[in-house]
Write a protein that binds this ligand. Structure first.
Ligand SMILES: Cc1cc2nc3c(=O)[nH]c(=O)nc-3n(C[C@H](O)[C@H](O)[C@H](O)COP(=O)(O)OP(=O)(O)OC[C@H]3O[C@@H](n4cnc5c(N)ncnc54)[C@H](O)[C@@H]3O)c2cc1C
Length: 397
């Protein structure tokens, strides 16, 4: 199922070696981990040792010195073999990027080597119960108290908080001059007093869990603020830089979600094609019937198109064009999520009754594929973005 892609020899080689690793683990490993309530630690550690998890992080802090192009390719190949690592979206992609671009020297030293070698993980928390898609409405607030920060608020659907050493929490501080609330990012270590987590029961067969978080007077040292406090902030750090930091993390998040969806779509399609080649109920294998073959061909085309957009977005981001990357990353996330949902749906259908059996394990992907349509930004909010930002249409909200 691998069509030629617009990639360098180096990227193709990276794809091939990640795919080889992922095939050694495969869907059986992933399914066993989920069934036993474990985590994908073995795969995570081995992928880290091979340098795949920190491939986007700066070499001077132990990373591979590459970019989101390389990291997204790693995630896609893991997913295509049936064993995606969701934490790649948040730990090295969002949190690693934000800290590498905007962290103080001390924050970079404290976090990047661990994120790069996989020994430490970070989760990312922006979504709130009363804000949802409208992140302008988040109310988690940081108040200055002497040299400390005190955080109060609630978050929902935050992935992997139990296995993350810290969570990058998006909060707001009050502007002393205008009284306006401005976004800012805090590194909250897992066992900080007042930082509570409650698992949300999800209909998802995945090793990573989602949590509701409560922040009750969570007291943090001054240096928990990404970029440092205003007194010793660099020009790109501190309380005034929150919005910039946030956007720097959100584009990699969208590209990585696209890669996650592409991997899943490819995995499902591969299973369906293999089945359609051999399953015979009349004279020819079912794949000879165009009603079976064409939707699979269509799914393949949609995945290829979405991958092209994902590559464009990743290249723009790595080239430093945040504005163009923003538009492309939104479109890539949209296209990849839609392509994955269609591919999974068609794959399940191609297997007939077997599409719904535990043995073939495809039906759970129906729920899993929907995640990419909802998170980190829903299909409708991307259509809103393109309507307003790209097409210049008026806004209804
Ligand atoms: C498995 C999973 C993992 C997640 N992991 C994380 C994580 O690690 N960190 C994190 O911060 N968040 C995470 N999320 C949260 C995710 O980003 C949100 O669910 C998502 O942003 C949508 O917010 P919401 O669920 O509140 O939906 P809502 O905002 O309530 O939206 C509900 C529906 O209304 C539609 N809608 C809302 N407003 C408009 C509008 N103006 N125009 C048209 N349609 C609209 C939406 O498209 C959606 O279909 C995760 C979610 C899931 C499911």
């Amino acid at each position: 199922m691998s069509s030629p892609v617009i990639e360098t020899e180096e990227h193709r080689a990276l794809r091939a070696s990640v795919a080889a690793l992922a095939r050694r683990y495969g869907r059986e490993y992933f399914a066993a981990v989920v069934a036993e309530g474990r985590h994908t630690d073995d795969l995570w550690t081995e992928a880290a040792k091979l340098g795949y998890l920190g491939v986007n992080l700066p070499a001077e802090y132990g990373g591979g010195g590459g970019g989101i192009v390389e990291l997204s390719l790693v995630l896609e190949e893991l997913g295509a073999a049936g064993c995606p690592l969701l934490m790649l979206v948040v730990s090295p992609a969002i949190c690693g990027t934000v800290i590498a671009r905007f962290g103080t020297e001390a924050q970079k030293r404290a976090w990047l080597p661990g994120l790069a070698d996989g020994s430490r993980k970070m989760a990312f928390g922006i979504t709130e119960p009363d804000a949802g898609s409208n992140s302008h409405r988040i109310t988690t607030t940081a108040r200055k108290d002497g040299g400390d920060w005190v955080l109060n608020g609630r978050k929902v659907f935050i992935s992997g908080v139990d296995i993350a050493d810290a969570t990058l929490i998006v909060g707001r501080t009050e502007d002393a001059r205008t009284g306006r609330l401005k976004p800012c990012l805090f590194i909250v270590e897992r066992d900080t007093p007042g930082f509570g987590r409650h698992p949300i029961a999800m209909e998802l067969a995945a090793p990573e869990k989602q949590f509701e978080l409560t922040l009750d007077d969570v007291r943090l040292p001054a240096d928990a603020l990404v970029g440092g406090g205003t007194s010793h902030a660099s020009s790109s750090g501190g309380e005034d830089a929150g919005l910039l930091q946030l956007f720097a993390g959100l584009n990699p998040e969208r590209v990585m979600t696209a890669a996650f969806a592409l991997g899943m779509g490819r995995y499902a399609l591969d299973r369906a094609v293999a089945y359609a080649r051999t399953r015979q109920v009349w004279k020819e294998p079912i794949g000879a019937h165009q009603a079976v073959a064409h939707p699979l061909a269509q799914a393949h085309i949609e995945l290829e198109l979405a991958r092209l957009m994902t590559q464009k977005a990743a290249h723009l981001y790595d080239a430093g064009d945040d504005l163009a990357a923003g538009e492309a990353a939104n479109m890539a996330k949209y296209a990849a999520a839609e392509a994955a949902v269609h591919a999974v749906d068609q794959a399940v259908h191609t297997l007939g009754g077997n599409g719904l059996t535990k043995e073939y394990g495809l039906a759970s992907l129906i729920t899993a594929a929907r995640v990419a349509r909802i998170a980190p930004v829903s299909r409708e909010m991307i259509l809103n973005f393109v309507s307003h930002q790209t097409l210049g249409l008026p806004k209804s909200y």
